[in-house]
Design a protein around this ligand. Sequence first.
Ligand SMILES: Nc1ncnc2c1ncn2[C@@H]1O[C@H](COP(=O)(O)OP(=O)(O)O)[C@@H](O)[C@H]1O
Ligand code: SF4
Ligand SMILES: [Mg+2]
Length: 333
Amino acid sequence: MANDLLEIKNLRLSFFVPSGEVKAINNVSVSLKRGDVLGLVGESGSGKSVLSHAVMGFVSPPGKILGGSIDFNGLRINEMTEKEKRIIRGTEISMIFQDPMTSLNPVYPIGTQICEVLMLKNKMNRKTAWYKAEQLIKSVGIIDPQRRLTQYPHEFSGGMRQRIMIAIALACEPRLVIADEPTTALDVTTQAQILELMLEMKEKKGMAIIITTHNLGIVANMCDRIAVMYGGTIVEYGTVMDIFYESRHEYTKGLINSIPKLTAKKEEKLVPIEGTPLNMLVPPLGCPFAPRCKLCMAICLKKRPPYTQIASVHYSACWLNQKEEFERDAINV
Ligand SMILES: Nc1ncnc2c1ncn2[C@@H]1O[C@H](COP(=O)(O)OP(=O)(O)O)[C@@H](O)[C@H]1O
Ligand code: SF4
Ligand SMILES: [Mg+2]
């Protein structure tokens, strides 16, 4: 839609490895408006990171975009040159990576690293940049910013480094922040503080956020919309209420059932989803979840389920939503 900040349309992205073509993203469409928070959920290997990286314009061999488009604020990211992409990274779109140690340079004080971003992207002089850096790390909850800016990454705890990464990601007030499992390595309290900070930036600056996480609790608290990914596709999309309470996809139901309930008695076990994750080298012809789905029908093996609109923003790609189409040849397998 014209007023969307980000619109991904029919995206297809594969990795060409010696053993064949890994279809990592298979016809994904999703959009975001200013201030939207989208949660990407799904088990490992479902394509969340590849999709997030593609939005940043990071697609390198053996990866290749085979079709579709990524439009950000009127710019077609998948047709931009490396130089053009570098200009929008950090200023328009920022990414918070999972491991802050790999993104911070160990040999420079963190103040120098933040200032470099500000000087390069916002064309600030060193003095203004240093002042702004102080404000920034203060805003992510770091006490004594003047002294802290002169310290090196190893002098900070994991949680503090993650805060610094967030400060750098937010330095240029981007329109979109992509957070790929930003809190996995952190303790619960720090996780909560960091997510709170990100939401504050959304409220204050109208920043949009795409967050990838295994933690469905985080998704429930933060997101306006959830995209459930399986086998390189979005199998279900909707609001938090749609996904948690009105799910219409067998994979989503399994995912929701696998989280411990607050009310669960101690002896109640998690319900894991049986079967092995999909081999993307040989994706099934029909529904990607078919090999693990207890309700799999003949049609599920033959034909990909189309999206069915369940409610205003709730979509699900499961044949069970299209009863009249398969009733003729429905046989349980
Ligand atoms: N550089 C790469 N080369 C080959 N295959 C890759 C590469 N990066 C990712 N993939 C494949 O793409 C699929 C999606 O991966 P990814 O997006 O990292 O999953 P997730 O983030 O959901 O755990 C996986 O099957 C993975 O093996
Ligand atoms: S389309 Fe078929 S295999 Fe896929 S989730 Fe629905 S019932 Fe299961
Ligand atoms: Mg990932």
